[in-house]
Design a protein around this ligand. Structure first.
Ligand code: ADP
Ligand code: ZN
Length: 723
């Protein structure tokens, strides 16, 4: 018997168990093995291993799907890295990366290789059909100018293609083959000088690893740069992986892809792709049949035969990080993959993540910049910052905001009322001098706990009573932020009863057709005012939109989460970019009680650099990412005390064994302490050295694994995005 390590979808240690088979199965083969008396799908991870347990106890592999293509080595290496880096059982990481069909204990169909028709030598020597039979001539030309085309592509040229191909085959002019270089239509747009320069830089890196940060304001034509570079890669026969946030995978974008890459075999992978389809697309990418793979974070695990370029659009977007189970960051894995495949990777954004920006400043990434809007007439929005500190607000609206909405409605414009809902923990600040309350022990801002009359740090769990006056100016009237936007729609309806308002949030866009409906209504001028959260900030192009009102930006500036200002800035830039995508310059009004805050100055100037310099300087002072690295160890239980106890016990147990170089903060209850009937606490491990941090996290995991208390669940989040 030959012994094999099989990766299984089980939480036991690393998920690799040993099974026997009469002959060696190549690594990557899908198999079925018995596990706890049930057949389970698994992937051969290694063969000829020496068994760790008595040979008699080792069970046999039941079925090997040797007819299916094996999962390739580079893919297995990617999963090994992922499991190691994120401290997650390998077997479960592998199964996260597989599409449904390959997780099941039954065989799947391998996608048929496409058949390409091409003129052979004799064919090419023929006189083409006379031009007056123009459809027939067009088909001939299409064949003449290509390396080979599939029947569907030829039918798009001439609906009678099947019949003509039959004739020409009979005449001995055609050959068929299983692979051909894709046909790329010339772009309808001529790149401007900056776009051209950016694309050329990317092209000089073809065939080797090089990361780029493409920083370009909204509408500066980043997508056209990706397309241009992608077209060059595809023309050389290699594959392109294009990652983007789910919310940006809009019908508008897919139409642009379709227009540009109509004859390129493309797979679109997102959460709504049907399972069967996803499995087939996965396999066809793996076999090199699909050339352009577009998808959301999970597609970073798509095996590719011949990867030539990776693009990560809106690289700063939080949705690239998975926030449960395998907590991977797809953008970071994309860079790792590019290195593995020796190809360039382009991270693009109008508001890059500070991590990527820092790498571009230090030279680790090459910075490419697009500084102007591509569309000749498009203008930058005019941003106004309104100090509402002394104003009486009507459910969050200033009189100025209501007046602007009214005027815009009367002019027939469309407005957007934007609510900032993220990271909302109430905070205390001084309305006179703007003083905020930072933790005396660490870099976090403290949260206001009204009932306990306390300020608490959710990073290190420092607590103190609410002060009576502002420590910097003596003002006794301290204010809490974080309220007053519950009744936005009602307020609007009372104020402008004739205007048609629509709310856009996770609920109103949960169904497949919701966006389509929304677009239709907008196109038919059936919406005057959109009300929504960050969902609206991204990707969507509403030509008529010319006024944006931001009601409550401040919450983020006092947030205990040190990334909140970064997210706020990105959202404000994006949301203001929504105004005036077309010829009319849009207006943006931001209400705030802190008009002097650098974030607003940077938004007003539409200046990411300014923001980034400020924010990075602050992070550096406290060794926060990207200057240091973090891992969060979380525990949840029916009540937070049990979760805190559990973490405290391990902390005490490990204390004598922890070397220097890694700091520990907490445990502290999480900002959003309750989730799904459970309460959560966490400890932060922080270090300037990834290696030291990794080592300490491994020690923690070994201790966590000793947990026998069924009430307690724990998890590890490497490079956490939330506090
Ligand atoms: P971004 O991805 O940076 O937001 P897009 O690529 O979507 O920008 O471009 C914004 C708009 O400008 C789109 O309508 C696009 O068609 C147009 N555009 C981009 N590049 C050019 C160009 N070189 N010539 C003309 N129009 C362009
Ligand atoms: Zn603290």
């Amino acid at each position: 018997m030959i012994y094999h390590h099989i990766a299984l979808n089980i939480p036991i240690s690393d998920g690799l168990l040993t099974y026997a088979h009469p002959e060696a199965l190549p690594a990557g083969t899908r198999v079925v093995v018995p596990f706890r008396n049930r057949p389970q799908a698994g992937i051969v991870w290694a063969n000829h291993v020496s068994p760790e347990i008595a040979a008699a106890k080792i069970l046999n592999i039941q079925t090997a799907f040797s007819g299916e293509p094996a999962l390739p080595e580079d893919w297995r290496k990617l999963l090994e890295f992922t499991a190691r880096y994120y401290h997650y059982p390998l077997g479960q990481a592998v199964f996260t990366a597989l599409p449904q069909g390959l997780k099941e204990a039954k065989a799947v169909e391998t996608p048929e290789p496409p058949l390409f028709y091409a003129l052979n030598g004799t064919g090419r020597a023929q006189t083409p059909p006379p031009a007056r039979f123009h459809k027939k001539a067009a088909l001939w030309q299409a064949l003449q100018h290509s390396d080979g085309l599939t029947l569907p592509a030829l039918k798009r040229v001439n609906s009678q293609a099947a019949k003509l191909l039959e004739e020409w085959t009979a005449a001995g002019w055609l050959e068929t083959k299983q692979a051909a270089l894709p046909v790329l239509r010339p772009s309808e747009k001529i790149l401007n000088a900056r776009q051209q320069a950016a694309s050329e830089q990317i092209q000089t890196a073809f065939g080797r690893f090089k990361p780029f940060l493409l920083y370009g304001i909204t509408g500066s034509g980043k997508t056209e740069v990706y397309f241009d570079a992608a077209a060059k890669v595809l023309a050389s026969g290699k594959q392109v992986l294009f990652l983007l946030p789910e919310i940006n995978l809009t019908p508008q974008l897919l139409k642009r892809v379709e227009a540009r890459f109509a004859d390129v075999p493309t797979a679109v992978l997102h959460s709504r792709t049907a399972a069967g389809r996803r499995t087939q697309d996965y396999l066809s990418a793996m076999l090199g049949q699909a050339k352009l793979i577009i998808g959301t974070r999970l597609s970073v695990f798509t095996p590719m035969k011949n990867l030539g370029l990776i693009v990560v659009d809106e690289e700063h977007d939080g949705s690239f990080k998975q926030d449960n189970e395998l907590r991977y960051q797809a953008r970071d894995l994309a860079v790792w993959r590019a290195k593995q495949a020796a190809c360039p990777v382009v991270l693009g954004s109008a508001t890059p993540s500070l991590g990527s920006w820092h790498k571009a400043q230090s030279g680790a990434y090459q910075l490419l910049e697009l500084t102007e809007r591509a569309h000749a007439g498009a203008k930058l929005p005019k941003v106004e910052i309104l100090n509402v500190g002394r104003l009486k607000l009507d459910n969050g609206f200033s009189p100025q905001a209501l007046d602007l909405l009214k005027k815009n409605f009367e002019k027939g414009g469309m407005s957007l009322v934007y609510l900032n809902r993220r990271g909302f923990a109430p905070a205390l600040f001084c309305g006179d001098c703007g003083h905020t309350f930072g933790c005396p022990n660490c870099s976090a801002k403290m949260v206001f706990h009204q009932r306990a009359r306390q300020l608490r740090c959710h990073h290190c769990d420092h607590r103190e009573p609410v002060p009576f006056k502002c420590p910097s100016c003596g003002n006794q009237d301290l204010t809490a932020v974080g309220h007053g936007t519950q009744r936005v729609e009602e307020t609007l309806r009372n104020f402008l009863p004739q205007a048609k308002t629509a709310r856009v949030d996770r609920d109103s866009t949960a169904h497949k057709n919701d966006w389509a409906d929304l677009y239709r209504r907008i196109a038919e001028n059936d919406i005057d005012i959109l009300v929504g959260t960050q969902m609206l900030a991204k990707g969507h192009d509403f030509a008529r939109l010319n006024l944006v009102i931001v009601l409550n930006a401040d919450g983020s500036l006092y947030s205990a989460d040190f990334r909140a200002p970064e997210r706020l800035f990105a959202e404000l830039m994006q949301v203001s970019g929504r105004a005036g995508r077309a010829e009319t310059a849009g207006g943006v009004l931001i209400q705030t009680q802190l008009p002097e805050h650098p974030v607003f100055a940077a938004v007003k100037a539409q200046d990411f650099r300014k923001f980034a310099e400020n924010e990075l300087a602050e992070r550096q002072m406290f060794n926060m990412p990207p200057f240091g690295f973090q891992t969060a160890i979380r525990a949840d239980a029916p009540n937070v005390a049990a979760a805190m106890d559990f973490l405290n016990r391990i902390k005490a147990e490990l204390a004598p064994r922890l070397a220097g170089g890694v700091s520990l903060f907490g445990p502290a209850p999480m900002l959003m302490v309750r989730l799904a009937e459970r309460e959560r606490a966490q400890i932060f491990l922080e270090s300037a050295s990834r290696k030291d941090l990794h080592h300490v996290v491994s020690l923690w995991i070994r201790a966590l694994q000793q947990n026998k208390d069924a009430e307690i669940r724990w998890s590890v989040d490497v490079d956490p995005q939330e506090m």
